[in-house]
Design a protein around this ligand. Structure first.
Ligand SMILES: O=P(O)(O)OC[C@H]1O[C@H](OP(=O)(O)OP(=O)(O)O)[C@H](O)[C@@H]1O
Ligand SMILES: O=c1cc[nH]c(=O)[nH]1
Ligand SMILES: [Mg+2]
Length: 209
């Protein structure tokens, strides 16, 4: 069964409160999403394997550590996942970036796919799927299904705000996918928005409301 990791580093929690504030404007909102994403990237990559490498300091030769050739890709779910890309790339500059375009139909709440472009060697990579909001879980489930259909096997999901319904939905279809979140909020409202949440992440990032 997959695991859920709630990342409660004080810096993540402090910035998350600022992100939730309805008076936080688009510029600051984008900056904070980037900063929280970078801090989450630091936590998510804790278990990356290391290997010994030789390095020559100005004093002598020594054995240092280096990431053991792990191939990574990050996959933001459009649109709101785009807000998390720069934070992840700032710590993982060699990662490739795939994109899955999905929107949630406001009537049915079902995810509708409109774009998918992944690195060609996706089966050999560890994939980090990024979406700031895990609400009903429909979008994350579908995105993970699409990338599994293209051969991806080793997948983690990273969402800033989640709720029990979304976590359960991903669990039931993808028991192999670990989930990393900064918060597990209380519930969904009648429009399937997370309560208390932060509102509509895509609209707040891109000023579309
Ligand atoms: O868990 P779910 O119930 O599927 O909801 C979460 C999805 O909803 C939002 O996307 P939205 O459909 O608003 O598209 P956008 O990112 O383009 O705004 C959010 O970015 C997630 O992708
Ligand atoms: O609370 C929510 C739920 C879905 N999408 C969002 O952007 N926010
Ligand atoms: Mg949206």
């Amino acid at each position: 069964m997959n695991k859920v990791f709630e990342l409660n580093h004080p810096l993540i929690q402090h910035k998350l409160t600022l992100i939730r504030d309805k008076n936080t404007g688009a510029k600051e909102f984008r900056e904070l999403i980037k900063e929280v994403s970078m801090l989450m990237a630091y936590e998510v990559t804790r278990e990356l394997p290391l290997e010994d490498v030789e390095v020559e300091t100005p004093i002598c030769v020594m054995k240092g550590k280096a990431i053991a050739g792990r191939k990574l890709a990050i996959v933001p779910i459009l649109r709101a996942g785009l807000g998390m890309v720069d934070g992840f790339l700032s710590l993982l500059p060699a990662a490739k970036v795939g994109h899955v375009g999905l929107y949630r139909d406001p009537e049915t709440l079902n995810p509708v796919e409109y774009y998918c472009k992944l690195p060609s060697d996706v089966p050999e990579r560890d994939l980090l799927v990024l979406d700031p909001m895990l609400a009903t879980g429909g979008s994350a489930r579908a995105a993970i299904r699409f990338i599994k259909n293209r051969g991806a096997r080793n997948i983690k999901l990273i969402s800033i705000i989640s709720c029990p319904e979304g976590i359960a939905a991903v669990h039931s279809e993808h028991p192999d996918v670990d989930i990393f979140v900064a918060a597990i909020d209380e519930k969904l409202n009648d429009h399937a928005y997370i309560v208390p949440g932060l509102g509509d992440a895509g609209d707040r990032l891109f000023g579309t409301k």
